[in-house]
Write a protein that binds this ligand. Structure first.
Ligand code: ADP
Ligand code: ZN
Ligand code: ZN
Length: 728
């Protein structure tokens, strides 16, 4: 008998067997089709993974599936394989992985819509119409002539040629023309001429081009402004010339307009842009264009790595170190790592680019697993800015800013130049405290303080979204002496406005930058070159280049230096390098002022005396000595429930049960409370699986999962697995 193995959108880690729907022939079944089937009491939309042609009769009753939803598979074979790999590697339910590869409408079983557009064609009767038969209706005659000449033509093209609907309708009534569907024909994608590459750029380009249609992985490590994007553009040009598609992953939605504009200028080709801000219809069209090969270039954020491509030829991950490539909930995957696997499965080169590569990628490059290309100088000839440390100990500060920094801003403005100030905290102040009794405004749902947003007159939790009015008196002792501690962008903005009332000031954080076009408008304004001050959070450091900014100030370096996570030092070095890299062009070199209470901190001294690359090599040596990633491997098992004790008990039971079966070289650490134990009213605990070898850690995790599924204390709580966790 024939059995269908389906991936169903459920949290269960297995495939499910169904019989083919009644009346369906073997020839109509292909993996990658969507299939509806009853699961429990619900009708769900699953994906056909395998057709077992001569399955042995089962002792259980197998139900028949409801219907085959697609006449041909919507997921390409390469993407099916990728999903199977990802479900296995990340140990996540296959059904959730597979269905995540579809746009929402299709995921829910909605009808697949092709890109075909409405068109008109002659009927047999119309084709045989005698010349001059419509002499009394010149418009209709014109329409017949056009369709006879051009064949089926879209309504839009006809309208463009002056042929209106009434004429077509009249002809339709006479059964001379009829509507039909016209599928878009893939056209040839072309590149316009690019810049003449410098030696480092052309070396990188030719090494990657030499890979042709084979899998190779390349780390393009190039300082900010070294011309990485120019290299991408020319690699894509070569890919299009081979008749293949390119997939480009970028970190943030804020980057899209700039990137897309640059691609549009360079290419005479179809671009499909995929990001979370798209409407459903747009998303479907972009996805379909990628899948059918109509789109030559697909640009998107994290989840775009699962877009099916008809002719994959090149995958680029820009700013590959960026944290947004890691999905932090549900199906926890790294789009960068999935990209590398995809290149391997679909036989195409993969390029990871960054000024500050992740230690994972740098490690792979140094070990010879990736080709390594370095661009060590800025392309336009401009110099990288000079870094200086400003010791703020014992100095009066206004909203966290010292006189030295404010004077530097003033000098910059008086030269008619622009400043960029970095403060990675939005709101007015991160803490509100009672001066008389010490009460602190905490979130009632999280182990976190509420941030004061003065303009909105609210206290907000940045972790769960809870918000409440700012109290006028202390709820504990009724004192009205409420103080704010710490500084956020809103507060710094107030001080800067007072100091520089005549200067344009742009605050850039997720409160002030609402809407898709806000960032683009800002970039255009600033790059106009008028003197101004830019003040903002991490949002400012991502990808945007402000060549007319000559001063960069880091208001609170200490917040970056002290982090509990073993990745803290790497992140601080990346962030500092990225902020610094926003500034300066050929004729006006930039300077960077870093405020700190810890001028001797090794991380800072490292940044002063070494470039990122050498700093990274040192951090890597330290990680290797401690067998930490990328030299070692990790997985996290997290519990999440409304009762703190229950979660920890579950993990403890699990550890006890697993202890005897652990592969050698693997240790289990914990259970420990998560860094923020209580969040949105739920208590989180975690257990770390750590070992040198990837395979052993995988094996240990697999065992823990299978034990967890049997564990009684796990029935009434949520638990999840995070392979290669980023935050812990
Ligand atoms: P990155 O992506 O590394 O930040 P870009 O590709 O954006 O660098 O290049 C930075 C600037 O240098 C851009 O203005 C770009 O036009 C210019 N540029 C890049 N390559 C060259 C080149 N070979 N010759 C001249 N200018 C270049
Ligand atoms: Zn009080
Ligand atoms: Zn909260």
């Amino acid at each position: 008998m024939t059995v269908l193995r389906l991936a169903m959108p459920t949290p269960l880690r297995s495939l499910f067997d169904y019989l083919p729907p009644a009346g369906i022939e073997l020839a109509q079944l292909q993996p990658g089709q969507r299939v509806s089937a009853t699961f429990g009491h619900r009708e769900l939309c699953g994906v056909l993974v395998e057709v077992l042609e001569n399955a042995a009769p089962s002792e259980y009753e197998i139900k028949a599936a409801g219907a085959i939803l697609d006449t041909s598979p919507l997921l390409t074979p390469g993407l099916q394989q990728l999903c199977l790999w990802a479900a296995d590697y990340y140990q996540h339910p296959i059904g959730e992985v597979m269905t995540a590869a579809f746009p929402t409408r299709l995921r829910k079983g909605g009808q697949h819509q092709s890109l075909a557009i409405k068109a008109w064609q002659l009927t047999t009767h119309g084709k045989g119409l005698a010349e001059g038969a419509l002499a009394r209706s010149p418009r209709q005659a014109e329409a017949i002539a056009a369709l006879r000449r051009d064949g089926p033509t879209s309504q839009g093209d006809l309208a463009g040629a002056g042929i209106k609907r009434p004429a077509l309708k009249a002809l339709e009534d006479k059964a001379l023309v009829e509507t039909c569907e016209l599928n878009p024909v893939p056209r040839e994608g072309r590149a316009r001429p690019g810049l003449t590459l410098n030696q480092q750029q052309s070396q990188a380009l030719s090494a990657i081009a030499a890979a042709g249609d084979n899998f190779t992985c390349h780390l393009l490590e190039g300082v900010t402004g070294s011309g990485k994007t120019e290299v991408y553009l020319q690699m894509i040009a070569a890919c299009l010339a081979r008749g293949k598609q390119a997939l480009v992953l970028i970190p943030e939605i804020g980057l899209t307009p700039q990137t897309v504009a640059r691609f549009e200028q360079r290419f005479d080709a179809e671009l499909a842009v995929l990001h979370s801000g798209l409407g459903e219809a747009q998303r479907n069209r972009a996805w379909e264009a990628a899948r059918t090969g109509i789109a030559h270039i697909v640009i998107g954020t994290r989840s775009a790595i699962f877009t099916p491509l008809a002719q994959p030829g090149l995958i680029i991950v820009d700013e590959e170190h960026d944290g947004s490539f890691k999905q932090q909930d549900g199906f926890r995957y790294s789009a960068r790592d999935v990209a590398v696997k995809r290149g391997q499965l679909e036989a195409c080169p993969v390029v990871l680019g960054s000024a500050t590569p992740s230690l994972e990628s740098l490690h792979n490059a140094l070990q010879g697993r990736y080709h390594h290309h370095r661009l060590t100088e800025r392309a336009g000839g401009s110099k990288l800015p000079k870094l200086s440390i400003l010791d703020v100990r014992k100095q009066p500060l206004q909203a966290g800013m010292s006189e030295g920094l404010l004077n530097a801003v003033e000098d910059t403005l008086s030269r008619g130049e622009q400043s960029l100030l970095f403060l990675n905290r939005r709101g007015f102040a991160p803490t509100l405290q009672c001066h008389d009794c010490g009460w602190i405004a905490d979130c009632q749902h999280c182990d976190a303080r509420l941030t004061m947003h003065r303009r909105q007159r609210r206290l907000r939790c940045h972790h769960c979204g809870h918000n409440q009015p700012i109290p006028s008196a202390c709820p504990e002792c009724r004192s009205e002496q409420l103080l704010t501690l710490g500084v956020g962008t809103e507060q710094a903005e107030g001080v800067l406005r007072e100091k520089f009332p005549m200067t344009a000031l742009y605050r850039v954080d997720s409160d002030s930058m609402q809407g898709r076009d806000a960032m683009q408008a800002l970039v255009d304004q600033v790059n106009g070159g008028e003197p101004c001050i830019l003040l903002g959070t991490q949002m400012l450091t991502k990808g945007h280049h402000f060549p007319t900014v000559t001063l960069v100030g880091v208001i609170d370096m200490d917040a970056l230096l002290f982090s509990g996570d073993f990745r803290g030092e790497e992140r601080a070095a990346q962030l500092l390098t990225q902020v610094a890299g926003r500034a300066g062009r050929a004729d006006r070199p930039g300077q960077v002022i870093v405020q700190t209470h810890h001028p001797d901190h090794p991380g800072l001294q490292g940044a002063l005396t070494k470039d990122f690359h050498n700093q990274a090599i040192e951090i890597l040596a330290d990680r290797t000595a401690r067998s930490l990633p990328p030299a070692g491997n990790m997985a996290l098992l997290r519990s999440d429930c409304t009762d703190a004790a229950q979660g920890e008990q579950f993990l403890r039971d699990l550890r006890l049960a697993a202890q005897a079966h652990m592969p050698t070289g693997v240790t289990i650490i914990g259970p420990l409370p998560a860094p923020m134990q209580r969040r949105a009213g739920r208590f989180r605990a975690q257990m770390l699986v750590h070992g040198k070898g990837r395979r052993e850690v995988q094996q240990a995790t697999r065992r823990l999962i299978s034990l967890a599924q049997q564990q009684k204390s796990g029935r009434n709580l949520n638990w999840s697995v995070d392979i290669d966790p980023q935050d812990m």
